[in-house]
Design a protein around this ligand. Structure first.
Ligand code: NAD
Length: 245
């Protein structure tokens, strides 16, 4: 049997990159997945994955959208066991002293507040279901600075602490909460960054290459499943060794 047999998961940002990798690995392990995105690309992913995957359009920075994406898990698949708050954007590249105010709010709204909203509205449903797991996609940018990305780094740092806080609050009620901290994974985001920024990161990565969405998806399976039953509040790096140097 699959490692997520019988589980129902909501995965945000599932229309591309890491989110698609998570959705694919989850379905492979027996889960039923609500694939959420704002781009429309989640429809293609759901079509490809078949009846175990259901596409929902939602903007994770809007509370009403987050509530309806979580309701969709219950109405379509009967319950909610797992939430992966994975949707994220990179935003403008500028140093802190020049960073546009509105852009800070936009990036933080999706990458930071969006993760709060997901947990805010998923936790009551997980409690109704007797517990569950939450896997947030943070970044190695929660641990080390990336000059030119102050909003992104701040939001990912916030995700790490939102993860630890909720883990402490709900451990006694059978909800585990962990964060994945990827290094360079080849996706739309890395392809949209200034080449000198991202190529420098890949060059400085001891394993000497990009990671893949599938590799991150496998870590998400582990954290979502009972295999990780004594792990909560952790921020787990999957960075090819970047932060060791
Ligand atoms: P991606 O652009 O390929 O995928 C992100 C998806 O999120 C896109 O499909 C996008 O449409 C969706 N999205 C954006 N804003 C949204 C919103 N408001 N509501 C719903 N969906 C929204 O990028 P990715 O690299 O797969 O990014 C996934 C996550 O991984 C992000 O949180 C990102 O910060 C994080 N991450 C990526 C890397 C990397 O190197 N690629 C490294 C560390 C962390």
């Amino acid at each position: 049997a699959g490692r997520l047999e019988g589980k129902v998961a909501v995965v945000t940002g599932a229309g591309s990159g890491i989110g698609t990798g998570i959705a694919e690995e989850f379905v492979k392990e027996g889960a039923r997945v609500v694939a959420v995105d704002i781009s429309g690309q989640q429809e293609e992913v759901a079509k490809r994955l078949g009846s175990d995957c259901y596409a929902v359009h939602a903007d994770v920075s809007r509370g009403a959208d987050v509530r309806s994406m979580l309701d969709a898990a219950v109405s379509h698949f009967g319950k909610l066991d797992v939430l992966c708050n994975n949707a994220g954007i990179d935003g403008a590249v500028a140093h802190t002293g020049e960073y546009p105010e509105e852009e800070f709010d936009r990036v933080f709204g999706v990458n930071g507040r969006g993760v709060f909203l997901g947990m805010r509205y998923a936790i009551p449903k997980l409690l109704e279901n007797g517990g569950g797991t939450i896997v947030n996609t943070a970044s190695m940018a929660a641990m080390v600075a990336f000059p030119g990305m102050p909003a992104y780094c701040a939001a990912k740092g916030a995700v790490a602490m939102l993860t630890k806080t909720a883990a402490a609050e709900y451990a006694s009620r059978n909800i585990r909460v962990n964060a994945i901290c990827p290094g360079p994974i080849r996706t739309q985001i890395t392809d949209s960054l200034p080449p000198e920024l991202i190529e420098g990161v890949v060059r400085a990565t001891p394993l000497g290459r990009y990671g893949t969405p599938t590799e991150v998806g496998r870590l998400a399976v582990f954290l979502a499943s009972d295999e990780s039953s004594f792990i909560t509040g952790d921020t787990i790096l999957i960075d090819g060794g970047y932060t060791t140097l």
